[in-house]
Ligand binder design. Structure first.
Ligand code: NAG
Ligand code: NAG
Ligand code: NAG
Ligand code: NAG
Length: 967
């Protein structure tokens, strides 16, 4: 059988184991007294997430003790959400923290990409357009979650929150005395009332520096809503209108002078800054609650990154002659899947990515995944070329950041041209890829043609990619297959941390020292290298063991080909350990363990314009320039970070950065010099008076090419084309060299077969200031599903092909939502009265019947859930008088549970909430009162006092949540 008749499967193991600003400051503010978008988002997300966990605990009868207030931390919420699982003594909050960070970064990005678009900030009284940004964005988030595209959903959510939060700083909502969020901003079906007309003056001049009373009295009396005008180029604004205020806003220098913004404590209306920020927190929670009801609690927690997820994977060969391996591989993967079912370790999704299968994805659940896996194992598929990198690309764009991916292959990659794209995606997602190379096996055992046999350079490609990501390339033979799969199990632990990883090429003897801290469990060392390699271990208490002892006091080890796996016994031996490796051939060493204590790092760059804020830096840092990292410690609220370094193993050289705490376990770390080649981030610190060290998996490389590309909108409608302008520049010592000239090769790659265009090269001409511009376009097919996402990688390479930089952009396909109305509820009847005395409640039942409809033009009701009430729900559908589909819900409950609250969600995630109460009677007496008085009024539409047609009901403590799929 030739290689072309084999089937390669890739199974991604999703591991659980991370300017001119106008608005609240995006991420950091060093005045120590003002709230940023980051603070507001953090408070809202932590509180809402804790509420969801509390409600889920209540519905499952679990204890939940966390107090929900602003003292919540990522780790407190993470722990309390999983407190019942005894096996989870170790918990990783890397994914939760990473998700929060991505929401902060996308929120902050609005100030860069859309800095001057008034509707993104509710400037210039752009209330309707601003509301559109929010409601269109919320629909996009719901569509993304429906398609299980949590990464893009999160990214969109961060952007939407920015606009919503800005409303409270930029409008006079707070000045009007409001103490609750403006709910109409997340309700496209509601009118925005009392907007100040275009010709209505709203402000008078400020008195000197004092802008406390600049809103006109009639505006306050008539409760007219207005917002400040803002312009950094021109001072013109409509007569009599308020300005935003501040030194960048020219309009505030013309009458009426001064402004009304509450961006920070020192702003024009800075005395109201905290009121505005607090309202922005509550408004963000209201928006999150709307998303929560639409997507359900489990999906909401996954959107927030709060699941311990993961595991599923591989790539293998399905020829019958490999059946032993297939059986074992399948057995192991099924074991891992089943052992995590219904636990918090259950992955967000399982992804099976057969090489070059256009039908790949979307991510599926465990059962579908197992079925697919069986199909792939049982029905060999012919003529699939070995597009292993294409399969990997698909996996990388679909998995959560910091995932572990395993690729099984026995053939060279025929799509090696994707190497730089894969490297970019590995760097950008910080995912780890491990290649299981079964080449030796395939050729030796099955007498297949040597077509598939890998040359040294073929193998090197896999080694390079593995090394760049912090993974390994393991050559597997039949006899060592089971050890190789043990590596999968090691790596798929949700709390895996790396202590250090180094490659020595060329090989020379070296003594590696590392610190073992008290939080570590299951420490494993991997050493790969020639069979002549020897090593010895010395523990902190001076105990030693050499490689001639497979089972000794410090480790037991086994060997699979070039791989040695040492399971270390570190009990009562915290402190400094040594591994001395003796080899003249190249080798690598990696020490991992399980621990809650870990860290995340992100490259950030200072915003231009004199502000002391930062934004996420896409792509590689500039050679010779400064590097700033945002380092976030996870797993402990008490940890002291002592040192963050950039380590380059080739020297080896290690440079230390200067640390600045920015709160909540986050540190800005600035490096004024950076190692020249590739390097990794290492941290050292103390927790509970124990010293610890950790290393990031992903390597960082620098580039002398500056590539910037920004899309003005990340939501694209099916059938439309988006243009993404980019700028390429050559840099010297981290700054653009305005004298440089040169030609750069451009490559763009998307993970979908969507049409895209790009110049194949761009040239920096003399006299152009050292920059060249171009435009990439991306066209989304008319038939693309709403909620689908597409990842675009744009690369620029120098003429000598020695240097590359890239930008990774993610877009979400968002169809125009025409159904903006919420499902409507008509209560049909509330039958049977309940005794008013609770001591008799258990013996009586009551029933509530209602008709729910999404109207004739609606997308239809998809789901009805019980948000409060301990009864049972049944549904049926009938055709209504106007041809609409009516969902008849019948709820019955014991009289011990006398209130029911139902949520109906339509096809695009509009939520309608319906409340009913049992009628009460004195014992033995006739029915006298009914809270829902509809028994004799069939079909009466409930007034708002009975049926809450609001998106959010935050304050009810519901005790039972039940989901019914109507279709
Ligand atoms: C925000 O909501 C909380 C309840 O979740 C409430 O106690 C608080 O007063 C609200 N804050 C504002 C500013 O409305
Ligand atoms: C570690 O220390 C504890 C407490 O001192 C002791 O009970 C345990 O036996 C020790 N374990 C080993 C392997 O020495
Ligand atoms: C790097 O940082 C130093 C010190 O903060 C500063 O003087 C220098 O201008 C920075 N260089 C670049 C390229 O940003
Ligand atoms: C660019 O060229 C000018 C004139 O030759 C020189 O003065 C300047 O230092 C050069 N700039 C850089 C960044 O090399």
């Amino acid at each position: 059988m030739t290689a072309s008749h084999t089937v390669k499967l890739l199974v991604a193991v999703v591991l659980s184991l991370p300017g001119l600003t106008d608005g609240f400051q995006p991420l950091f503010l060093f005045d120590g007294k003002s709230a940023t978008h980051r603070d507001i988002t953090r408070r809202a997300v932590l509180r809402k997430t804790a509420e969801v966990c509390r409600d889920m605990a209540a519905s499952e009868g679990r204890h939940f003790s966390l107090t929900i207030d602003d003292s919540l931390t990522v780790d407190k919420v993470q722990r309390s959400c999983f407190s019942t699982s005894t096996f989870m003594s170790l918990l990783s909050s890397v994914r939760f923290q990473t998700s929060l960070l991505s929401m902060y970064f996308s929120n902050a990005e609005v100030d860069i990409v859309s800095a001057l678009r008034k509707e993104n900030h509710f400037d210039d009284e752009s209330f309707l357009k601003g509301r559109d940004i929010i409601t269109v964005g919320v629909s996009a988030v719901k569509a993304s979650v429906k398609m299980k595209n949590f990464n893009t959903g999160r990214w969109t959510l961060g952007r939407v929150c920015h606009t919503l939060q800005d409303f409270y700083s930029h409008s006079n909502w707070v000045e009007l005395g409001n103490i609750a969020p403006y709910s109409a901003l997340i309700r496209p079906d509601q009118p925005l009332k009392n907007l100040a007309g275009p010709n209505t003056p709203t402000c008078g001049n400020c008195v000197g520096q004092n802008c406390g009373n600049n809103l006109l009295p009639e505006v306050l009396q008539q409760r007219l809503l207005t917002s400040g005008y803002f312009n950094i180029f021109s001072s013109s604004k409509p007569a009599g209108k308020c300005s935003h205020g501040g030194s960048f806003d020219w309009t505030s220098k013309q009458n009426p002078v001064g402004g009304i913004n509450k961006d920070d404590a020192g702003s024009s209306h800075g005395s109201l800054h905290h009121k505005a920020a607090d309202l922005a927190v509550n408004a963000t929670m209201e928006l999150l609650e709307d998303v929560r009801i639409a997507v359900g609690d489990k999906n909401f927690l996954r959107l927030m990154g709060l699941s311990q997820s993961s595991v599923p994977y591989f790539v293998t060969d399905t020829t019958s002659s490999m059946s032993d391996i297939i059986a074992e591989a399948r057995g192991i993967s099924f074991d891992v899947i089943d052992s995590r079912r219904e636990t918090h370790e259950e992955p967000t999704a399982y992804i099976l990515a057969p090489f070059n299968d256009p039908g790949f994805g979307p991510p599926t659940n465990a059962d579908v995944f197992k079925n697919n896996l069986n199909k792939f194992f049982e029905n060999g598929r012919g003529d699939i070329p070995e597009l292993s990198l294409t399969g990997l690309q698909l996996a990388l764009t679909a998995v959560p950041p910091s995932s572990e991916i395993f690729v099984f292959t026995d053939a060279p990659a025929k799509d090696a041209h994707l190497k730089s794209t894969i490297t970019a995606l590995l760097e950008s997602t910080k995912s780890v890829v491990t290649f299981m190379l079964t080449d030796a096996l395939a050729s030796r055992w099955h007498h297949r043609s040597f077509k598939g046999h890998m040359s040294k350079s073929d193998v090197q490609l896999y080694h390079d990619l593995a090394e760049a990501s912090g993974g390994q390339a393991i050559e597997v033979t039949k006899s060592t297959f089971s050890l190789a799969t043990t590596v999968i199990q090691d790596s798929s632990a949700s709390t895996k941390v790396t202590l250090f990883q180094e490659v020595r090429n060329p090989g020379k003897p070296h003594i590696f020292t590392f610190t073992v801290d008290g939080s570590l469990r299951n420490m494993i060392a991997y050493i790969t290298g020639a069979s002549s390699l020897t090593f010895s271990l010395t523990s902190s208490r001076g105990v030693s063991q050499s490689s001639s002892q497979p089972n000794g006091p410090l480790a037991s080890y086994s060997t699979a080909g070039s791989l040695r796996r040492l399971s270390l016994n570190t009990e009562n031996q915290t402190g400094l350990w040594q591994i001395s490796v003796n080899s003249k051939n190249p080798y690598s060493i990696k020490v991992t363990a399980q621990s809650s204590l870990n860290f995340i790092h992100n490259l950030v760059e200072a915003l231009e314009g004199g502000h002391t804020d930062f934004s996420l830096k896409e792509g590689r840092p500039l050679s010779g320039g400064n590097v700033t990292l945002l380092v976030s410690v996870t797993g402990s609220d008490t940890v002291k970070l002592r040192e963050v370094t950039l380590f380059d193993g080739s020297g080896p050289t290690e440079v230390a950065g200067s640390l600045q705490s920015v709160g909540s376990g986050n540190f800005l770390v600035t490096f004024s010099e950076v190692p020249a080649g590739k390097f990794v981030v290492r941290v050292r610190g103390e927790d509970n008076s124990s010293t610890f060290q950790r290393q990031a998996s992903t390597q960082i490389k620098t580039s002398s090419i500056s590539l910037t590309a920004q899309a003005s909108n990340t939501n694209i409608e099916p059938g439309s084309t988006i243009s993404i302008p980019f700028i390429v520049a050559a840099t010297t010592n981290g700054v653009i060299n305005t004298n440089a000239t040169g030609t750069f090769t451009m490559r763009i790659n998307s993970d979908r077969n969507y049409t895209s265009t790009s110049p194949s090269t761009v040239t920096i001409e003399a006299g152009s200031g050292g920059k060249a511009n171009g435009t990439v376009t991306l066209t989304v097919p008319a038939g693309a599903a709403s909620g689908a996402d597409v990842t675009l990688t744009i690369e620029a390479e120098n003429a000598a092909a020695t240097d590359i930089n890239y930008v990774v952009l993610r877009f979400s396909v968002t169809a125009k939502v025409t159904d903006v109305t919420r499902p409507v509820c008509q209560v049909v009847s509330t039958s049977t009265s309940c005794p008013s005395s609770s001591s008799f409640c258990a013996s009586s039942q009551w029933k509530f019947i209602a008709n729910l409809t999404d109207g004739i033009n609606g997308t239809g009701i998809e789901r009805v859930t019980i948000r409060q009430g301990l009864g049972t729900l049944s549904t049926s559908t009938v055709a209504g008088a106007g041809g609409e589909i009516v969902t008849v819900v019948t709820y019955s409950a014991s009289c011990c549970s006398q209130v029911v609250e139902l949520a109906a969600v339509d096809g695009v995630g509009n939520v309608g909430v319906c409340v009913g109460r049992a009628q009460q009677s004195a014992i033995g007496a006739a029915v006298t009162t009914a809270v829902v008085n509809t028994t004799s009024n069939r079909g009466q539409i409930l007034t708002s006092s009975f049926c809450l047609w609001i998106s959010v009901v935050t304050f009810l403590l519901w005790t039972h949540i039940n989901t019914i799929n109507i279709f």
